[in-house]
Design a protein around this ligand. Structure first.
Ligand code: F6R
Length: 260
């Protein structure tokens, strides 16, 4: 695992964008896994500027997002469909037919049958198959929750888990409430790639900034590999890069990290 600590958020974001841009230049039809949330916004801004100023070409790039809230239509301003369009896709030359964000609307499904509903189960299987059809994800961008979650794989999620519907923990609902009018408006369920799905990406690029992520980064990098910290699974990956700013790295042993 390569852990690189940066002076600040902007430096971390520049590095994250550089890594992705280098992979696109090497393989124009890169299969790129994307995350939402506040962390990768800076990377997406840098990618937009590389597209505008240096002609970084996304026309053949294929994308797969990690997750989507259940119950928010794509045009809802807090849906991850909307987020991706607003923060990246509208400003680059991506082909819309190459974009994949999990479906969040399944019509009238009762909460009690969420996990077995054929529409949801079939969608999740289709999403996994679609990734395989493109040869798998080349590089997957990840953020990390304050509780160590990756995508919406909350503590306790199986390390072998696949794309499925998950209940959000109260901590994640509280963390995400800042984007909604009230905590009651935050969806309680999401479709998410599993930890096992994420681990099949050929390369992982996890970003973390701010002191609120310091405990999660310590547990992910130096703690035991445990389902109680889903991000700790990265220790088992052959090619995982973790980029942080200084506050997110304060709890790491100094000799472990490099400085960017
Ligand atoms: C979003 C996602 C989540 C976030 C995590 C951190 O697609 O998968 O796991 O990466 O909740 O969110 P922020 O970046 O808002 O702190």
């Amino acid at each position: 695992m390569l852990v690189v600590v940066h002076e600040n958020y902007d430096a971390m974001s520049r590095k994250g964008a550089e890594v992705i841009a280098s992979r696109i230049r090497r393989k124009p039809n890169l299969v790129l896994g994307l995350a939402t949330g506040s962390t990768p916004v800076g990377v997406y801004k840098e990618l937009i500027s590389l597209h505008r100023n240096e002609g970084l070409d996304f026309s053949k790039v294929v994308t797969f997002n990690l997750d989507e809230y259940v119950g928010l239509p794509p045009e809802h301003d807090q849906s991850y469909h909307y987020f991706m369009k607003d923060n990246l896709f509208k400003d680059i030359n991506i082909n819309p037919s190459n974009v994949h964000v999990p479906q969040g609307m399944f019509g009238d499904v009762k909460i009690s049958s969420f996990e077995t509903d054929p529409k949801i189960v079939q969608f999740c299987e289709w999403y996994e198959d679609e990734m395989k059809k493109y040869g798998g994800i080349d590089i997957q961008v990840l953020g990390i929750g304050g509780n160590g979650h990756i995508a919406f794989n909350e503590p306790g999620s199986s390390i072998g888990s696949r794309t499925r519907i998950k209940t959000l923990t109260e901590k994640t609902v509280a963390d995400n409430a800042r984007f909604f009018k009230t905590a009651n408006d935050v969806p309680r369920y999401a479709i998410t790639m599993g930890v096992g799905t994420i681990m099949e990406a050929k390369e992982l690029l996890l970003l973390a900034n701010g002191a609120g992520k310091a405990d999660a980064i310590k547990a992910a990098v130096e703690g035991p590999v445990t389902a109680m910290c889903p991000a700790s699974a990265l220790q088992l990956h052959r090619k995982a890069i973790i980029l942080t700013d200084k506050p997110a790295a304060t709890k790491l042993s100094a000799e472990f990290v490099t400085y960017g």
